[in-house]
Design a protein. Structure first.
Lengths: 119, 153
């Protein structure tokens, strides 16, 4: 099962950007893998990559307030509708790519439910 | 493939490079350097056409600046000419392979090589490559390389 994980989950050996350039430059690769992700790996998940998110999982409006990295395109309609946030990349890739099975996001204040119906 | 070999590349180089590994298990004929270069070029071109036909992980992106040749025979003296010949062979027709250097690495201690094919090199280590998928929505921040010694990293 191919799973994408949001960039705020730690993967041992991989840097987290949290969509902030200076954060990416300041810290080295993460040293541990998040417990929840480990659980998925134990169950046979194949982690394919880390998906883009709003800066520090904040609530900036997309795409114009995505400053450090380009906001994902929303597979819906012409591609320029907001993918919402913070799990913007996680929702866009799951909606847009047939080869992806699951996408691991995070839900604070019902946010993820916005992204999934917006993509 | 579970083997991870170390190549003579910079440990500080943090970028991930796609490479083609060609493993030569049989002994190369003891002939003139010219003939040896031609033999090797044909062999490399043949292997790559075979990947193209049969290997769903391979893509032209693996034809990068560097190629890794795994062999116990010293080939140092012909490498620059070999790179030039392979570059001029236009192996995948429309795709220009800008091969700049060929690195060699001996076979592992047990005399077994990595199977020829597409790999990634990172910090001097060779990693197994998984199938590449395009990300036209720009939804990924980064991707991962599997480390077969530790399932969690």
């Amino acid at each position: 099962v191919r799973i994408a994980v949001k960039d705020l989950f730690h993967l041992c050996g991989i840097k987290s950007a949290l969509n902030v350039r200076s954060f990416l430059e300041t810290y080295g690769p993460d040293k541990k893998t998040a417990e929840y992700v480990k659980k998925l790996i134990d169950l046979g998940a194949v982690i394919v990559g880390k998906t883009k998110m709003t800066a520090f999982a904040g609530g900036e409006r997309a795409p114009e307030f995505w400053i450090d990295f380009h906001c994902p395109f929303n597979p819906r309609a012409d591609g320029y509708q907001t993918p919402s946030g913070s799990t913007s990349g996680g929702a866009a890739c799951l909606a847009g790519y047939e080869w992806l099975d699951y996408s691991l996001g995070s839900d604070s204040k019902e946010l993820d439910r916005h992204e999934s119906y917006q993509s | 493939v579970t083997k991870v070999v170390t190549v003579a590349a910079s440990e500080d180089d943090n970028t991930v490079r796609a490479v083609i590994v060609i493993c030569i298990l049989e002994r190369m004929p003891e002939v003139s350097p010219d003939l040896l270069t031609t033999t090797l070029t044909n062999r490399i071109v043949q292997e790559i056409m075979e990947f193209q036909r049969r290997d769903d992980v391979f893509s032209a992106d693996f034809l990068s600046e560097t190629m890794l040749l795994q062999s116990d025979v010293s080939l140092e003296h012909i490498l620059p000419i070999l790179a030039k010949e392979v570059r001029e062979s236009k192996v995948l027709k429309r795709y220009a392979w800008d091969l700049r250097s060929i690195k060699t690495t001996p076979l592992a201690v047990d005399g077994v090589g990595l199977p020829s094919g597409p790999y990634f090199v990172h910090r001097g280590h060779v990693y197994e490559a998984w199938k590449l998928y395009p990300d036209p929505l720009s939804s990924f921040q980064t991707t991962v390389l599997p480390d077969l010694k530790d399932p969690y990293s």
